[in-house]
Design a protein around this ligand. Structure first.
Ligand code: URA
Length: 483
């Protein structure tokens, strides 16, 4: 049947979606409709729990028969990418909007680039709303601890969170939470369904209600004190804050209850800070453990907002020697430990050659999250900006204040900036100590990743300089330890 015949005969189709968030399912239906030449205004879509409305109550519930000779639909990658996000929107209209745009794309392949087009704009708005919701869930899910008895009789902790998403983002966000809380047993309950992770397997469960989730517990106090400590009155923008954390989320987020109080105290606190000539970030954490907890929740800069694993430094808390890199790489992000990937392996070889025991050093990074760009399946390293390094200085400085090393080795320009708060040239600064305000010394050298990017004579020369730097550091360490 041609499009004209569908119209003339008054044929309507009701496309029942079995799921609300399965893009493949929508795509298969849409392809079939397109190949049967069914115009968008002859189709109504339903999803679980919904209806197609009166107009379509007599719709044809059979699926249209695709015309075997019909050409394969034309779809650009750009359309597909946006469509996958739009499909997660909770507006029932999304299915027909997507089909209408797909239909129109056949005659106008570049339609998706036309932001003046109302359908394209509507798609962009829906996709934006979904992305916001995805981000909100990542930022605002708060777990409560429940003590539970396992089948073998042992007692264990189960972390349970309640969250109310606006859109169908739960399944989409599952990978984020399993990676981020890989070693915890947790459940996320929502009115749209639930996720349960036991440390190995992810299970989906039915929708839940608020009453299924536990109430407050001591973890809330932790969150509250953390939030109060990072709250920066100098950056208080009430309107923006309400936009970012709509009131809908307030009741489920312990720290949100502090907001009125914090706003009230903000002006006074800011005045004191300005008087002191400094805009600090709140109370310094007093233990490495507290830093570790805080950096996992840190989203002060755009890298933190990517919500990768925050990688904490590691090593003895009383180490004499501290090594600082730039930021975790792909492997470090996955394993949650600094310098375990290729740069770390090269570092290990050079440390061993210089006679430095890595296990006695405190090894950390200037920036705690992996900044990267996703290219297909690969995550490509991106250098942090000076601003991002400066935002993260708070953490590496806090680590240094707790560990109190006598000698710090900063590898690369980002690490040096993280230590000094200003940019230095590695070529000029290497080979001699830079005194730090607490009496310790900073030494700078190249970053091992820089060596890995070189080859031939350039690599040999840089490795030689790196070796010399480490030898000088080893000699100075021996003096400091003997003193
Ligand atoms: N590069 C860094 O700067 N730090 C790491 O932890 C790994 C690679």
């Amino acid at each position: 049947m041609t499009a004209l015949q569908h119209v003339r005969l008054g044929t309507y189709y009701v496309m029942p979606m079995a799921t609300s968030d399965d893009f493949e399912e929508w795509r298969d239906h849409a392809r079939r409709l397109l190949m049967a030449d069914v115009p968008p205004d002859r189709v109504a879509w339903t999803e679980p729990g919904g209806s197609a409305g009166d107009l379509f109550s007599h719709g044809d519930r059979r699926l249209p028969v695709p015309d075997r000779d019909a050409p394969q639909p034309r779809v650009s990658k750009r359309f597909m990418d946006i469509a996958k996000t739009v499909l997660l929107n909770s507006d029932l209209e999304r299915f027909s909007l997507l089909y209408r745009v797909l239909w129109r794309l056949q005659a106008k392949p570049r339609l998706i680039e036309d932001m003046a087009d109302p359908d394209v704009r509507a798609m962009a708005d829906m996709a934006r709303a979904v992305r916001r919701d995805i981000h909100k869930m990542r930022a605002f899910v708060r777990f409560r601890v429940v003590e539970e008895e396992a089948e073998d009789g042992s007692r264990g902790e189960h972390y349970v969170a309640w969250f109310e998403p606006f859109h169908h983002i739960l399944r989409h966000n599952a990978g984020f939470f399993t990676r981020r809380f890989a070693n915890m047993r947790w459940s996320i309950l929502t009115p749209r369904g639930s996720l349960h992770w036991d440390g190995e397997t992810l299970r989906e469960g039915p929708p839940a209600t608020r009453a299924d989730a536990p109430g407050g517990d001591p973890a809330e106090d932790l969150w509250r004190s953390y939030y109060a400590s990072i709250f920066n009155p100098a950056r208080l923008k009430v309107g923006a804050m309400l936009k970012e954390m709509p009131r809908k989320y307030w009741k489920n987020i312990p720290e949100a209850q502090l907001i009125p109080e914090l706003i009230a105290g903000a002006q006074a606190r800011e005045a004191t800070m300005v008087e002191k000539g400094a805009l600090d970030m709140g109370e310094r954490p007093e233990t490495l453990d507290a830093i570790n907890k805080a950096i996992h929740a840190c989203a002060r800069c755009p890298i933190g907002e990517l919500h990768n694993t925050a990688v904490m430094g590691e090593g003895p808390q009383d180490a004499v020697f501290m090594i600082v890199g730039e930021q975790p790489g792909d492997q470090e992000d996955l394993q949650g430990r600094p310098f375990v990937g290729p740069a770390g392996q090269l570092l290990d070889v050079h440390l061993a050659q210089a006679g430095i025991d890595r296990s006695a050093a405190y090894v950390t990074n200037a920036v705690k999250h992996f900044k990267h760009a996703q290219r297909g399946k690969r995550r490509l390293h991106q250098s942090p900006t000076a601003k991002e390094i400066d935002m993260c200085r708070w953490w590496v400085e806090s680590e240094r204040m707790i560990v109190q090393p006598k000698l710090v080795l900063a590898m690369g320009a980002s690490a040096a900036r993280g230590m000094l708060g200003r940019t230095v040239s590695i070529t000029k600064a290497r080979g001699a100590p830079i005194p730090l305000e607490d009496g310790s010394e900073l030494w700078v050298t190249a970053h091992p990743s820089y060596l890995l990017r070189l080859d031939g004579a350039g690599r040999e020369e840089q490795e030689r300089l790196f070796r010399e730097d480490l030898a000088a550091v080893a000699a100075r360490l021996a003096q400091l330890q003997a003193a």
